[in-house]
Design a protein around this ligand. Structure first.
Ligand code: SF4
Length: 417
């Protein structure tokens, strides 16, 4: 992991929704965008609140029409999180959003042909100290008339890359745009350059990081449904963040945007960039040694703990004695299964041995009790009271005994503690 890149720091928010920062030493912020119509005020406010509760630091809304910016004023009064107005084509929407009290503008100067109009937006934002994200999307780069010549010319700088010309065009466009803002001495700028190709995203942001000191908004655009979008996003974003690049991010899914927020936060938790909120769940993938319906159990545990537990308790749900004790050792609360039963540990101490149908209820009870003890200062997260003593695999639980006898699985060796 490399140290975070030093960037300028941009403020977003106000006294009512709270002030946050993008870049500098501020934590990497997670954003999402509403999927409904902004002019539908009640629905928009409810959607924003859902994302805030999921952990979104900033929420963006589209303002394609005047009725959207008209609604914005009321929306901003009701929400508890900074709001970004996403503007395309109509510079008036940006001015109206600024007037409505929006906390940030997202603008692609390439979509506004008249430079004076862009300047008007910059001046309005400068006066109110509102930051602007300059976005370049792979899909929205405007080609010039001499496209072939330009691509050849620019491509030679990035020969070797499968999307070299595209990378060069994105960088060249951004340089053009940034100059517009710098010419008006406006520096509350955040930069993004998204693509649906994770490899291109890594390359283009790496280039940008070398050229500008503005904070960067990361994202893989049009990443598809969560099933494929998650992989694309993690591939690009975690690589960049591990290389110290990125100050805010948005995951884009063609599905419920709550998942964008949850997965964005999870990337940051996994890389140690944000302090985890809520349970960290460890679960085995199961194999031929499995002795309970672990997939169902894990799903139920995940759902219950997400609503019932606030603290970042580490919970392990393991299918058998082979890796169960090892994982249980690193967890605050753990269960590992054997012979249609579950042995439950809290801080390394065995507290229960229950039949399969009682595992969920007992595990949740132990998690809640442990959390309550932590809150009272009687226990600490990550602290072991005793070392785990794994049970005899072919003893009390009979874990694997029949299968071993029948030659279906190999002999289990349990590490002595
Ligand atoms: S814990 Fe047991 S059941 Fe789960 S994957 Fe490991 S060996 Fe298989």
């Amino acid at each position: 992991m490399q140290d975070r890149r030093k960037t300028r720091k941009v403020a977003i928010g106000d006294d009512r929704v709270g002030r946050k920062f993008i870049g500098g030493d501020a934590p990497i912020l997670v954003q999402t965008m509403t999927a409904g119509y902004t002019y539908d005020i009640d629905a928009c406010v409810a959607e924003i609140e859902r994302y805030r509760q999921a952990g979104a630091d900033v929420v963006r809304v589209a303002v394609p029409e005047r009725k959207d910016t008209d609604a914005l004023k009321e929306i901003i009064k009701q929400v508890k999180v900074p709001i970004v107005a996403d503007v395309h084509f109509h510079f008036q929407r940006a001015l109206e959003a600024v007037e409505a009290g929006v906390h940030k503008i997202r603008l692609n100067p390439g979509n506004i042909s008249d430079r004076d109009q862009v300047n008007k937006v910059i001046d309005a934002c400068k006066e109110r100290k509102i930051p602007i994200r300059i976005g370049v999307n792979e899909g929205s780069i405007i080609e010039r008339k001499d496209k072939q010549k330009r691509m050849e010319e620019l491509g030679k700088y990035f020969a070797g890359h499968k999307s070299g010309h595209l990378l060069a065009l994105m960088i060249a466009k951004l340089e053009e745009y940034v100059e517009i803002f710098q010419a008006r001495d406006f520096h509350d700028v955040v930069i993004s350059a998204k693509s649906m190709d994770p490899a291109l995203v890594i390359d283009v942001y790496t280039e940008i990081a070398n050229r500008f000191d503005y904070p960067l908004h990361l994202g893989v655009t049009h990443a598809g449904p969560k099933s494929t979008g998650a992989i694309r996003s993690v591939a690009a974003l975690s690589t960049l963040i591990a290389n110290g690049i990125g100050d805010t991010l948005r995951i884009s899914y063609a599905s419920d945007h709550v998942d964008e927020v949850k997965d964005g936060l999870e990337i940051l938790y996994c890389l140690g960039k944000r302090e985890r909120k809520g349970v960290e769940l460890i679960a085995c993938p199961t194999c031929g040694r499995i002795q309970v319906d672990l997939f169902t159990l894990v799903k139920e545990v995940e759902e219950k703990l997400a609503t019932d537990i606030e603290l970042p308790i580490k919970v392990a749900v393991m299918g058998c004695i082979v890796n169960g004790p090892g994982e249980a050792e690193g967890a605050d609360v753990a269960v590992f299964a054997g012979d249609r039963r579950g042995i439950i540990y809290v801080q390394g101490q065995r507290v229960a041995n229950v039949p399969e149908e009682e595992i969920l209820e007992r595990l949740l009870k132990e998690c809640k009790e442990f959390e309550a003890r932590v809150k009272r200062g009687e226990a600490k997260l990550g602290e072991k009271v005793v070392e785990i003593l794994p049970p005899d695999p072919i003893g009390e639980l009979g874990s694997g005994k029949e299968k071993i006898k029948a030659g279906l699985v190999e002999q289990i060796t349990v590490r002595a503690t």
